[in-house]
Design a protein around this ligand. Structure first.
Ligand SMILES: [Zn+2]
Length: 689
């Protein structure tokens, strides 16, 4: 390259800018730490803003010096179309619950027995009512973050997490002293103060108010546009060191929390360690009354065994670690006025009364609706519109009306009567004599069809993404769908669908690909999806295994159906009635003609994977995770979540990281999709798809 006379000066400028930029970033980083971690800011907002402004100006002049962890880049992400799904390297488990001292002691007893020792150290921390997230750091920098999701897979929301100023982008330590990569788990929450500020703004603008801090935080975190996340102030409490690449730097949870704090993570200041379980119980009980003094909602206290070695020895049962539990606060009650008893219509057409309440604050949220269970419950308790009622809420449970406050009943209130006509379509309501339930008999009642679609698409059924409540209702309302079979005709209506708000090409591609894949779902999933009364997962599996195909099932008599293991006379009658109903029979014929699979894995009954323990990781092209797991199980194999020496082989698709590594270390065989298919064929599996 030819040198120009100006070059050396420019280079000097560039060098000076680089130094100044680094100094500014360091200074801003230090101020963030004092502000968010130590809560002792040493400069005012305007001075802080001046530093940011200078940094921004320099970065604009020298764009090559911008780096993703610069404080100016917290809100630099562009809106996403959707969040990519990521598999957690280690599952984000849920916690068992205890509600009182006795249950806490029993929890401790179990651990002492398993460990064969009595002395344990416990760490207690307030259980923040927020959203669990996973943050990954590499070389001392924040690189990726995800929601908890279902514990196995979450959504990657890195750009949004960057906007949260209490999440450190660069850690307070020399990267050389840190593990190459590690995960930090924490809870994102919105303070009560910020929640009040937002709602005051909304009230002034005449907008509908937000329900509670937790839902508002959840909504903010999942904005596709990071600018929107940044506009609401969210906060973090780091509560756990997750996986660590290489040596784990510490031996105990409490030390890990202290270490995270030194690195720049906000940790809960009320975290305390105890040696005696009685002290743990006293700590938990004390928080029931102290909780209101905090500027954030808590719904219990988390108690963990401190020692990592003991944690490992105790392990996990189901999806819950044995070494931790949540002391949940008791249900809260409040009294409010029942404005009106309304009626909703469900998937099977059953009418369910629910309470529309004067909004009341109970258990940390403002409640304006509550369940009344069913018409019988309502009659038994004689709850009337206009009554003052006791409303109860515990944890995430739907708020419920416990009963009326009869002393406050006013004159002229009348007992509740079920409406004589469907509140949605106006069809005359029928009564099911067996179940004392009222239902709308109209097969094409729009609410019923929409709910059927939701159910058909649900995870345990056909496992279709993107057919939630709102979209299902839209598809029915706009006449795209009047039975579940119509879903498979949606690809023919691409152009019409593109006219609909909020549906783009990409969304349609995803929806259609899901539909196409779902055609290969085995018979038992289709049986679940059809929503036959009394037929849940177990029964559907038993029927599918026994009959092998839809035609065989349809040809069976009630007696033959009843002969299936685990199927009683009521279920057999319900199945027969469903199959005999001309409208449902037409839907099944329709689905078959659209190319849906109507059988169960035939070789399944041969059990070609009998006795094998298989781990699946990453994503496969041919099957969804649910499908491949179903296939393995139906062939007699066991699906395991973790690789060990006992693992027969690992099926690895794209992106399976840690499990693949583990398998390599242990010398366990790894099969990609085609090798897996070849192995199945070798074992005698007849590939039907
Ligand atoms: Zn109706």
């Amino acid at each position: 390259m030819a040198t120009t006379p100006g070059a050396p000066a420019e280079q000097r400028d560039h060098e000076a800018a680089r130094e100044r930029i680094e100094a500014l970033r360091g200074e801003i980083h230090a101020h963030d730490y004092r502000y968010y971690i130590e809560a002792q800011p040493v400069i005012g907002d305007s001075q802080y803003d001046a530093l940011m402004q200078e940094l921004r100006a320099l970065e604009e002049r020298f764009p090559d010096l911008v780096s993703p962890d610069s404080p100016t880049q917290r809100v630099a992400g562009t809106p996403a179309e959707a969040f990519p799904v990521v598999e957690h390297r280690e599952p984000m488990l849920s916690l068992s619950n205890v509600f009182n001292r006795d249950e806490l002691l029993a929890w401790r007893q179990r651990m002492a027995r398993l460990l064969e020792r009595d002395e344990l150290r416990y760490v207690c921390e307030p259980k923040i009512d927020g959203l669990a997230i996973s943050l990954i750091y590499e070389g001392g920098r924040f690189v990726r973050g995800a929601t908890r999701g279902d514990g196995m897979r979450g959504e990657e929301i890195t750009a949004n997490l960057r906007t949260i100023r209490s999440i450190p982008l660069v850690l307070n330590a020399d990267p050389a002293t840190l593990p190459a990569a590690f995960e930090v788990r924490g809870e994102i929450y919105m303070s009560k103060g910020e929640f009040a500020r937002l709602n005051a703004e909304r009230a002034a603008a005449g907008d509908q108010l937000y329900m509670n801090p937790r839902n508002t935080a959840a909504g903010s975190l999942r904005q596709l546009d990071p600018q929107k996340t940044a506009a609401r102030r969210l906060d973090l409490f780091a509560y756990q060191l997750g996986w660590v690449e290489g040596e784990r730097p510490l031996d105990a949870h409490h030390d890990a929390i202290r270490w995270l704090r030194e690195l720049g993570f906000p940790t809960n200041p009320h975290t305390e360690a105890f040696e005696r379980i009685e002290d743990v119980a006293a700590f938990c009980e004390a928080w029931v009354d102290r909780r209101d003094a905090l500027d954030y909602d808590i719904d219990g206290v988390v108690v963990k065994v401190d020692d990592f070695a003991a944690q490992r020895a105790l392990g996990v049962v189901g999806r819950e670690p044995r070494w931790a539990t949540a002391w949940k606060f008791p249900a809260e009650q409040a009294v409010t006025r029942l404005r009106e008893i309304q009626v909703s219509v469900g998937r099977t057409g059953v009418l369910t009364p629910f309470a529309a309440l004067e909004p009341v604050f109970v258990g940390g949220v403002t409640v304006s609706m509550a369940t009344l269970h069913n018409a019988d419950h309502l009659r038994e308790l004689d709850i009337r519109a206009g009554d003052y009622v006791i409303v109860q809420r515990a944890g995430d449970v739907i708020p419920q009306v416990v009963g009326p406050v009869l002393a406050r009943r006013e004159d002229g209130l009348v007992p509740f009567e079920m409406p004589s006509h469907c509140p949605v379509c106006g069809t005359e309501v029928a009564k099911d004599p067996e179940e004392a339930a009222y239902y709308c008999p109209n097969r094409t009642c729009p609410v019923k069809v929409a709910r059927q679609i939701e159910h058909f698409a649900s995870r345990g059924a056909m496992d279709l993404e993107g057919f939630g409540e709102e979209r299902s209702a839209m598809l029915v309302e706009r006449g795209f769908v009047s039975s579940v079979a119509d879903l498979y005709r949606l690809p023919d209506r691409r152009a019409d669908l593109l006219e609909v708000d909020k549906i783009g090409e990409k969304t349609l591609d995803t929806l259609f690909a899901g539909l196409e894949r779902s055609k290969q779902q085995p018979l038992h999933r289709l049986l679940i999806a059809l929503g036959i009364r009394h037929v849940g997962g177990e029964t559907a599996r038993a029927l599918a295994r026994h009959f092998g195909s839809m035609p065989a099932l349809r040809a069976a008599t009630v007696e033959e159906i009843e002969a299936v293991d685990g199927v009683g006379p009521i279920v057999a009658e319900a199945v027969r009635a469903h199959l005999d109903d001309p409208a449902y029979a037409a839907v099944i014929d329709d689905l078959a003609s659209l190319g849906l699979r109507m059988d169960e894995e035939i070789a399944a009954r041969g059990g070609v994977l009998d006795g094998l323990s298989i781990v699946v990781t990453g994503s496969l092209e041919r099957w969804s995770r649910n499908q491949v797991e179903d296939l393995i199980k139906s062939l007699g194999g066991k699906v395991s979540g973790a690789v060990s020496k006992k693992t027969s082989f690992v099926v690895a698709g794209n992106g399976g990281g840690s499990k693949r590594d583990k398998a390599e270390t242990l010398g366990v065989e790894i099969l990609d999709q085609s090798a897996f298919v070849a192995r199945l064929a070798e074992l005698g599996w007849a590939d039907q798809t």
